[in-house]
Design a protein around this ligand. Structure first.
Ligand code: SAH
Length: 360
């Protein structure tokens, strides 16, 4: 990889993974091993001044400072929900804005990050989907979300990262994969692969690439058990229907003792009947699966209602009795529109007819 992939202008230092940084250093006639040292300063210790890099020569520090860009998005708004969930709205230099959410739990702290500005997949129950896509995020913009959160919360607060914010990560693998490599790199964020999850609406070709290149957890936004329902909820199903998606999941090179998470949003009267639960059990038979039931989170213009708790429990019980593992996702941060599917940011030139607005 050369630094040229980071786009025009000065290299965005925060978006270079180890091999990207090595290429840059080698180009400059520096030894490769400096890459690990620099990564450690930039990410593990998260310094903001090159002068703090005490084991790097003054000359190299000066060159980094002069030739590289360390810019980060600006925090436009920071909100905290009653349950402790936090949300940041970050402005990008081109007028776009993205959202990032931190969900504290007793045994972990999960950061939910965005991979695109808006989303092209137009899932009918998702606020981001209503906006259309403005553009892909660059690696440094993905990583900046982690830095912003760690600056606010402390360097140890984030134990898990999920690509479940705005956007479809498998449609931006070119920028997402180096970000994942930084998350897993011991000299950068040092997360174990089981603590990083990529969620997809079912971009089948991207699944194969992710499986080849990265050992992170996989979550599939399934949401329906029949093509005629899924075509409506998750329109990319018209390109990659259920049979194809599930075949790709069965072929996925899952590391030992891991399960694929299947997300299933509970929409009243649409996909939440007993019959659907039984179909779900049949679809996932024989797969190492975890079903994650997500109570629908409403947003302005939404055309669905959340299934009642009793309905969700009945649905869950059918799955459990069939021997599948299942959990119901707790709704977090909905008082600041930070719950699943509520992220909106600000999307320039999205192809949406829905009025664009900043949430919160
Ligand atoms: N594009 C990826 C990443 C988004 S992840 C994907 O589709 O998987 C966000 C998760 O929240 C997905 O499972 C998504 O389907 C779900 N979601 C979207 N809108 C929602 C809503 N209004 N209520 C509950 N879950 C929602």
């Amino acid at each position: 990889m050369t630094v040229a992939v980071q786009g025009a202008g000065r290299p965005k230092l925060l978006g270079l993974d180890r091999s990207g940084l090595e290429s840059l250093l080698v180009e400059w006639g520096e030894p490769r091993f400096r890459a690990a040292q620099i990564l450690q300063w930039l990410h593990a210790r998260q310094i903001h001044e090159f002068a703090q890099m005490s084991n790097i020569s003054k000359a190299l520090r000066a060159r980094l400072e002069q030739d590289c860009d360390l810019a980060e998005p600006e925090i436009v708004r920071e909100q905290q929900a009653a349950d402790g969930t936090r949300k940041w709205l970050l402005a990008l230099p081109d007028g776009n804005a993205i959202e990032t959410v931190f969900i504290p739990e007793e045994d972990r702290g999960t950061l939910c990050i965005s991979s695109q500005v808006g989303c092209s997949l137009a899932c009918s129950f998702c606020a981001t989907g209503a906006q259309g896509l403005s553009r892909n995020l660059e690696t440094h913009e993905i990583i900046a979300q982690i830095r912003v959160a760690r600056r606010a919360l402390g360097l140890e607060a984030i134990s898990n990262v999920v690509f479940m914010g705005m956007g479809e990560p498998l449609l931006n693998l070119k920028q997402v994969l180096p970000a994942i490599r930084l998350l897993l790199d011991d000299f950068a964020y040092g997360l174990s692969a089981r603590r990083v999850t990529v969620s997809t609406a079912g971009v089948v070709p991207g699944l194969a690439q992710l499986g080849r290149e990265s050992p992170v957890n996989l979550a599939i936004s399934l949401h329906a058990t029949r093509d005629e329902i899924r075509d409506e909820l998750v329109p990319i199903n018209r390109h990659y229907p259920l049979a194809e998606l599930l075949a790709a999941c069965r072929a996925y090179p899952l590391p030992p003792r891991r399960r694929i998470t299947f997300e299933y949003v509970m929409l009243e009267g649409i996909n939440d009947q007993d019959q659907h639960a039984r179909e779900l059990v049949r679809l996932l038979a024989g797969m190492p699966a975890l079903v994650n039931l997500i109570p629908f989170n409403p947003f302005p213009q939404a055309r669905y209602r959340r299934s009642g708790n009793a309905r969700i429990d009945a649905f869950r019980d059918i799955i459990l009795r069939a021997g599948l593992m299942t959990v119901t996702r707790k709704t977090r941060g909905d008082d600041i529109a930070a719950a699943c599917g509520q992220l909106a940011g600000q999307v320039r030139e999205g192809r949406s007819s829905v009025p664009l607005r900043v949430m919160g």
